[in-house]
Design a protein around this ligand. Structure first.
Ligand code: NDP
Length: 288
């Protein structure tokens, strides 16, 4: 087993991009995928195709997993011997699933690192790529150089669930923003506009969000929700205008109505004169 060898299990777009980055960095890479045919280009570039999952796991001390979710790992690894291996599971899933997977790996003699890659496949290996990692620090330090080839590692601590928590928080921001864009485009199209027509304004709004987050985050942490800048009652009224614009356009209002209902509940709970950030407390209470 070469010391710079890495095994990649799971060759979707992300696993293929990771393998490519490792090959570019001169690593010896063994690959395995459940379905045949996804490794052809990688093998042509120098990756070694494992004949079985057992062979793949035995080929390298570090086994990077890039699967649809954490549960897919159990069936994929099956009964392959894992003693002495380090599994770096960069598949998206919940913190709880990550912790359970780490315990499962430990029971089989393997160390386990959790990760969440913050960029799409075409940016893997590029300077802007980052990945949250958590798990035993010594294991992380030992394999950091290989993981840094994929994306700059941001180690979040020993708890294997933490990297997934940070990753899923990013996903909350990402998916709600993408849904917002899809919703805006649908309303735009109903009004005879194209996605290109609204792109500069949509991008400008997204860019400006950073200012809002930097303004509100310290106030939220101090428990300050004064309505000096925005009042929840105003926000709720604004959201009603949004819902009605979508409805008048004949566009689905389900997601927007859910937003509007949340703001309305905040007003009904007596927070109409407070900032919209008071909703953080309402959301926490609802989930309790
Ligand atoms: P894909 O879903 O395209 O492929 C993931 C791999 O999972 C494939 O090897 C696939 O095998 C395998 N797989 C799917 N279902 C099962 C199952 N039930 N049992 C066993 N194996 C299964 O995902 P991506 O490559 O796009 O992404 C991989 C991970 O990276 C995901 O967790 C994703 O959330 C995360 N990620 C993806 C990004 C992206 O833009 N693509 C960005 C950031 C993170 P087979 O080929 O046989 O179907």
């Amino acid at each position: 087993m070469a010391s710079n060898s890495v095994t990649v299990v799971g060759l979707g777009p992300m696993g293929r991009a990771m393998t490519g980055a490792l090959l570019d960095a001169g690593r010896e890479v063994t690959v395995w995928n459940r379905s045949a045919g996804k490794d052809t280009e990688l093998v042509a570039r120098g990756a070694r195709r494992a004949g079985s999952i057992e062979e793949a796991v035995q080929a390298s001390g570090l086994v990077v997993l890039s699967l649809i979710d954490v549960d897919a790992m159990y069936g994929t690894l099956g009964e392959a011997p894992l003693q002495g291996r380090v599994l770096a599971n960069l598949s998206s899933d919940t913190p709880q699933k990550a912790r359970a997977a780490a315990a499962w790996a430990a029971a089989r003699g393997a160390a386990y690192l959790t990760g969440g890659i913050n960029v799409p496949p075409d940016l893997v290996g590029k300077p802007e790529a980052t990945v949250f990692v958590s798990g035993a620090q010594a294991v992380y330090e030992e394999h950091r150089a290989s993981l840094d080839v994929l994306a700059a590692t941001d180690w979040k601590g020993e708890d294997p669930g933490l990297a997934q928590l940070f990753y899923q928080l990013n996903m909350i921001m990402f998916w709600t923003a993408m849904t917002g864009f899809d919703q805006a485009v649908a309303v735009a199209q109903a009004g005879g506009l194209t996605a290109a027509d609204i792109l500069p304004y949509a991008a400008g709004t997204t860019d400006s969000m950073s200012n809002f987050l930097h303004f509100y985050a310290p106030r939220i942490d101090k428990g300050e929700h004064g309505g000096d800048v925005d009042r929840l009652a105003m926000c709720a009224a604004s959201l009603d205008h949004v819902v009605h614009t979508a409805a008048d356009s004949g566009v689905d209002t389900g997601v927007l109505q859910a937003h509007a209902d949340l703001y309305r509940r905040g007003v009904e709970a007596g927070f109409g004169a407070d900032s919209s950030t008071r909703l953080v407390e309402l959301l926490r209470r609802t989930g309790a």
